[in-house]
Design a protein around this ligand. Structure first.
Ligand code: ARG
Length: 467
């Protein structure tokens, strides 16, 4: 057999693999990232094989010791990865045989790289989902705390990015938090379907050895073995689900980023971000740029790209395993890294947001944000809503001309537009009165924000440990 032919499957080949083809088909440069999970899966597989009598206890122990040593070599950076050995699986198996001899060749009994790689990715995803969940929890927690602190802080609320009605900053933050709460549920839902074990499906049809898949599943912490071997080695829908979760999350983070970028501008001037989250300009000495939110906004694109890549990768693949699936790893790894980093950036940054309350308040006072309150006031005094809308519209037109907010007009000025208006109108025209009046579940009143924050904290606690 030629040296250049992969030893694991070279038997039926009469000429060595073309050097380019070897490089083109190899995945070891990226799938070595699965080494820890590959060894974990192999140890469980060997343990199960000994339990059912396919391996002796001595063989099992030799395999486990060898694999444990290899794990150490990898962690210390001593392991020599070889491209001709194609992928992480065959690199580790070849090293095991180097170390322990012929027994190493028995590890692959009753399995295939097809069920092996599907298992490795699921173990990897489960680990990463848990890390991501912890960051998401930290972010939500920080956001709820900030919302509680800012329950009374008034800012303009916008529609069409035009001043609409006053809201509280705490309410705005809790809107973000709701988005993240749904993302959190999507993540945990995805984890349920990740946590199923393909091992034992072998190449595609199962194996003739008397394996016990429940034992392996339990050793690896999976909730159950997969139901169908053809499906288990081939589908990557769990990776698509994860990148779909990731895309929605990044879409949400990009919305928050956009607002942070706007709010730090001189034109809005609503918040300050501490210097450690910003950078300067090499040419304009006065600049302090909100790079972190900008970059999170920008990274959204690559995550959407990974979702498209995986959807397209899976599309039209006939059962069962196809080499196409080797292409699942790089998009998945990058999606995982991007989500982790963006969540870390946000979890560190959000508690450090410094609202410029005076400036927010001033902005809410400009732009006739209590116009709807005046209309509601007229309706309470018996005016039909459409007529009230008209009266307030005329008042606003007058305000624009005379450069006065509604609350700055005298009673006489307001009465030009409706004789029904009385002194008590000024209670509803203040920003405080306006937000306090929206006093129902889901409304912006400070008391509601405090209650909502407390419910959000309970909901967050209830999710923890749900996985
Ligand atoms: N490197 C392969 C992958 O990532 C492992 C499975 C290969 N199986 C095969 N029959 N060639 O999908």
């Amino acid at each position: 057999m030629s040296q250049a032919t992969n030893q694991s499957w070279g038997g039926r080949f009469s000429e060595p693999t073309d050097a380019f083809v070897a490089r083109f088909t190899a995945s070891v440069n990226f799938d070595q990232r699965l080494a820890r999970q590959d060894i974990q899966g192999s140890i469980a597989h060997a343990t199960m094989l000994a339990r059912v009598g396919v391996l002796t206890e001595d063989e099992r122990d030799a395999i486990i010791n060898g694999l444990t040593e290899i794990q150490g070599e990898i962690e210390r950076g001593e392991f020599q990865w070889s491209v001709p050995l194609e992928d992480v699986h065959m690199n580790i198996e070849a090293r095991l045989t180097d170390k322990i001899g012929i027994t190493g060749k028995k590890l692959h009994t009753g399995r295939s790289r097809n069920d092996q790689v599907a298992t490795d990715i699921r173990l990897f995803m489960r680990d990463e989902i848990d890390v991501i969940e912890a960051e998401l929890t930290r972010l939500r927690d920080g956001m709820i705390t900030l919302a509680e602190r800012e329950a009374d802080t008034i800012m303009p609320g916008f529609t069409h990015l035009q001043t609409a009605q006053p809201v509280t900053f705490g309410h705005h933050l809790l809107a973000w938090q709701e988005m993240l709460a749904r993302d959190h549920e999507r993540l945990l839902d995805c984890r349920k379907r990740v946590n199923v074990m393909p091992l034992g499906s072998a190449a595609l049809a199962g194996t003739t050895y008397p394996i016990d898949r429940h034992v392996t599943a339990e050793l690896l912490g999976f909730v159950r073995p997969s139901e169908n071997s053809l499906d288990a080695v081939s589908d990557r829908d769990f990776a698509i689900e994860f990148t779909s979760f990731a895309s929605i999350l990044l879409m949400h983070l990009s919305r928050m980023s956009e607002e942070l970028v706007l709010w730090t501008s001189a034109q809005f001037n609503f918040i300050d971000l501490p210097d450690r989250f910003c950078t300067g300009s090499s040419i304009m000495p006065q600049k302090k740029n909100p790079d972190v939110p900008e970059l999170v906004r920008g990274k959204t694109g690559r995550v959407y790209g990974h979702l498209m890549a995986l959807l397209t990768l899976m599309k039209s693949q006939p059962l069962a395993y196809n080499k196409d699936n080797q292409e699942d790893k790089e998009p998945l790894f990058d999606a995982v890294d991007t989500v982790r980093d963006c969540l870390k950036a946000f979890a560190d940054m959000v508690p450090a947001i410094e609202p410029k309350k005076d400036s927010m308040y001033e902005a809410a006072r400009r732009g006739f944000s209590t116009a709807t309150d005046l209309a509601d006031y007229l309706v309470r005094k018996g005016v039909a809503f459409r007529d009230a809308h008209e009266i307030v519209g005329l008042s606003v037109a007058y305000g624009l001309k005379s450069k006065k907010d509604l609350s700055e007009m005298t009673l006489e000025e307001l009465q030009q537009f409706s004789a029904i208006i009385e002194q008590d109108v000024f209670e509803v025209l203040t920003l405080e009165g306006s937000v306090a009046a929206r006093n129902h579940i889901g409304g912006t009143a400070p008391d509601q924000v405090r209650a909502a924050a407390s419910r959000a904290r309970d909901a967050l606690k209830a999710l923890q440990g749900a996985s």
